[in-house]
Unconditional design. Structure first.
Length: 56
């Protein structure tokens, strides 16, 4: 399960920019990419804080 947390970071680094690149407007795409990265980082922080210690 620990491996899944690490692989999710790699997957997010690849998928999130692709999602932002699909926007028609470059500014909107950049804003979307930044928002998605911030949301993923909050999720990842919470997963590391609460989920990761229970996997030990």
């Amino acid at each position: 399960m620990r491996n899944v947390l690490l692989q999710s970071m790699l997957l997010a680094m690849l998928v999130i920019p692709f999602i932002g690149a699909r926007a028609r407007n470059p500014r909107r795409g950049l804003r979307l990419t930044i928002v998605l990265f911030v949301a993923f980082n909050v999720f990842y922080l919470l997963a590391l804080r609460f989920l990761y210690p229970r996997l030990s």
